[in-house]
Write a protein that binds this ligand. Structure first.
Ligand code: SF4
Length: 374
């Protein structure tokens, strides 16, 4: 049986922000419109029971990420009920995480996070001038002030420093990576992670001039220089993962390296879906043909099914260029969503191929300078 590492639980299908680059609402997949706005108590009970069975069967815990849309749209009382239900039903080895835009992070929510041991990761792209370019509310207004107030509230809570797992930023090529890193470090987050703007071999990510240009790689390369020169760095997850892979170690998260991750997404209606980042490739790319739901299906049977196994194995690089690439063990051919083209499906190099090569070369140079083999 495939081991599930991560379950994304969509507590809410809508968001209180309207970030221009969001793959859920602005990349051609409109499935959110037909989803219940919030996960109902009946669906949540079924989710908890199914995940409890799955956790017991695989004998190993997984991370349950409370996700959306914006998961905190369920409200303080319901959020507490959800976390208590999950904690009561899931094996103790399962971790609970909240991925939030931070705007609705109240003392009541934090009390639940502390009581139920829910780690908190907050999406913030950098200083206000960078963050508010894309992370706006539904009237086009800025959100940075409210996000930072959420982070302050989190850190002011007695359990805050231990609950705060990190910040997640989307790269804006117009920004200076040194400014972004300094700002995100100053938030007090224990870890920083970066995502690229979504795109694929047919639709280039914003800022990329062509498949052979390396704008994102150059931005990350400048970030790498700043990071490695910092005597007291805050961990940058994606850089650490790539450096570890270059040195023969393992990555911790999807997107780099050749580890395969067992990822399930459960929507507000209880439907069981693939990694939701696939939505950025084409409409309904994240849907299984079988149409599983926690209301009617046992997750142990789902993960054993040929369709789920095929989805799991679709993470494996398939393009001939990747299979012969010297950087494959570090790059891993990138996220499946970023490999897409209408002509070849997912059997392409990542749209960020040139970026990954550029960045990996720069890492090799840094490691060589420090006489570390790579
Ligand atoms: S996407 Fe490019 S860098 Fe990555 S493995 Fe494939 S060919 Fe190599």
């Amino acid at each position: 049986m495939i081991t599930v590492d991560t379950v994304l639980l969509k507590l809410a299908s809508r968001c209180n922000l309207d970030c221009g680059y969001c793959y859920v609402y602005h990349m051609g997949d409109d499935a959110w419109r037909t989803q219940p706005k919030r996960m109902s108590p009946a669906v949540l009970e079924a989710v908890a029971a199914r995940l409890g069975e799955l956790g017991a069967a695989q004998g190993r815990g997984f991370s349950v990420v409370l996700h959306g849309g914006e998961p905190l749209l369920v409200g303080t009382v319901r959020f507490a009920e959800i976390c208590r239900t999950l904690r009561r039903t899931l094996p103790p080895s399962c971790a609970l995480h909240l991925q939030t835009n931070g705007v609705l992070l109240s003392d009541g929510i934090l009390a639940t996070c502390a009581a139920c041991d829910v780690g908190v990761s907050i999406s913030v792209d950098g200083p206000a001038a960078i963050h508010d370019r894309h992370r706006t509310d539904h009237r086009g207004g800025p959100s940075h002030g409210r996000v930072m107030a959420g982070i302050e509230r989190l850190l002011a809570h007695p359990a805050g420093p231990s609950l705060f797992t990190g910040v997640l930023a989307v790269v804006d090529l117009a920004s200076d990576p040194a400014d972004v890193y300094a700002f995100l470090k100053a938030t007090g987050a224990p870890s920083i992670d970066f995502l690229y703007r979504d795109g694929n071999n047919d639709v280039l990510p914003v800022g990329k001039a062509s498949l052979v240009s390396a704008e994102y790689g150059e931005w990350m390369g400048r970030l790498l220089d700043v990071y490695l020169a910092d005597p007291k760095p805050t961990r940058v997850r994606v850089l650490d993962d790539m450096l570890k892979l270059l040195l023969g170690g393992e990555a911790r998260k999807e997107g780099v390296g050749l580890n395969e991750y067992g990822i399930i997404v459960i929507d507000t209606d209880g439907s069981v879906n693939k990694n939701d980042t696939l939505k950025s490739a084409f409409g309904a790319a994240d849907r299984f043909a079988t149409g599983w739901s926690v209301l009617t299906h046992d997750l142990r049977a789902v993960v054993r099914s040929p369709e789920f196994v095929a989805y799991h194995h679709s993470q494996r690089p398939a393009a001939p260029a990747c299979l012969g690439c010297r950087d494959l063990t570090v790059c891993g051919a990138g996220m499946p969503a970023h490999r897409w083209s209408r002509e070849n499906g997912f059997a392409n190099p990542s749209v960020f191929c040139a970026d990954q090569r550029y960045l990996i070369d720069q890492m090799r140079r840094h490691l060589a300078r420090h006489k570390l083999a790579a």
